[in-house]
Design a protein around this ligand. Structure first.
Ligand code: SAM
Length: 264
């Protein structure tokens, strides 16, 4: 095996534990979807994925591209694997989707941009399943429910856009080379392909969670005036002292509709 020095700036922690690799493969949905992997790295997960599905892998690191090209020469020649050398967030800026047909994203993500990648995948109309290794703390946010302390705009966005979301299992630092400083988890999201959310709603949530431990009314005062807030609380039977994480996704949606209509 070639010895490649992992680059911190690209969030490179290579997954070496074959039991974990097997468990990721076992959690692949049984469907005909294409697969997109972000950050194939040295290709350990890629090698397992490409046995089952045609796929595209997006990798930013030039040094890894040449390694991957020689490792997967046959699969690339047979069109089973397409390797794209780019920053995946730039790819999304240019083309809105990472693949022209329905796909599942399966990846061990670079943690420094994991939240952004998941948010983009949730918005990508062709992406149906998201099965990704990320920092445990971030996975907890995407799977949190109302009243849990981790409940934030990430939980509301993923709840609003999915049929199912959960943590499949945790992965300790020793499973990687080099080991990351944090505990990791595999996040599973099955999207509801009929749902979408407005950018305005996301901006509204951002304002509502600006100071997450303060009262919601304090955060809302940056969006609407106090009289509006009191009237809205009365109509929706919301307690004055409520904190941002104590409000359900559907109640946020009702509040947003009122704020939007109040502004028109
Ligand atoms: N899949 C490999 C594995 O499981 O061992 C590597 C995972 S490593 C945590 C993250 C990978 O994402 C690295 O290969 C890194 O170079 C790549 N990466 C980092 N930033 C990226 C970006 N903006 N676009 C595409 N790939 C990126």
């Amino acid at each position: 095996m070639e010895k490649v020095k992992a680059k911190k700036k690209y969030g490179q922690n290579f997954l070496k534990d074959t039991t974990v690799l097997d468990k990721i493969i076992q959690s692949m949905p049984n469907n005909n979807n294409y697969v997109v992997e972000i950050g194939p790295g040295l290709g350990d997960l890629t090698k397992n994925l490409v046995k089952y599905k045609d796929m595209t892998a997006y990798e930013v690191d030039t040094d890894l591209i040449s390694i991957l090209e020689s490792k997967f020469a046959i699969e690339m020649k047979e069109d089973k694997l397409k390797l794209i050398h780019t920053d995946v967030l730039e790819a999304w800026d240019k083309q809105k989707t990472l693949h022209d047909d329905r796909y599942d994203m399966i990846a061990n993500l670079p943690y420094y941009i994991a939240t952004n990648i998941i948010l983009r995948a949730l918005e990508d109309d062709n992406c149906e399943h998201i099965i990704v290794m990320i920092q445990k703390e971030v996975a907890q946010k995407f799977t949190a429910y109302v009243n849990e302390k981790e409940f934030s705009s990430l939980g509301i966005i993923s709840e609003s856009l999915s049929i199912e979301r959960r943590i499949l299992f945790d992965v300790p630092p020793e499973s990687f080379d080099p080991p990351p400083k944090v505990m990791s988890s595999i996040l599973y999201i099955r999207k509801d392909m009929n749902k979408s959310i407005e950018k305005g709603f996301k901006d509204f949530l951002k304002a509502c969670f600006m100071q997450p431990r303060k009262k919601l009314s304090k955060n809302l005062s940056s969006v609407v005036d106090k009289v509006f807030i009191s009237k809205m609380y009365e109509e929706l039977e919301i307690n004055d002292n409520i904190r941002p994480h104590e409000v359900s996704s559907s109640l946020y949606s009702q509040m947003y509709t009122k704020v939007k209509n109040g502004r028109n």
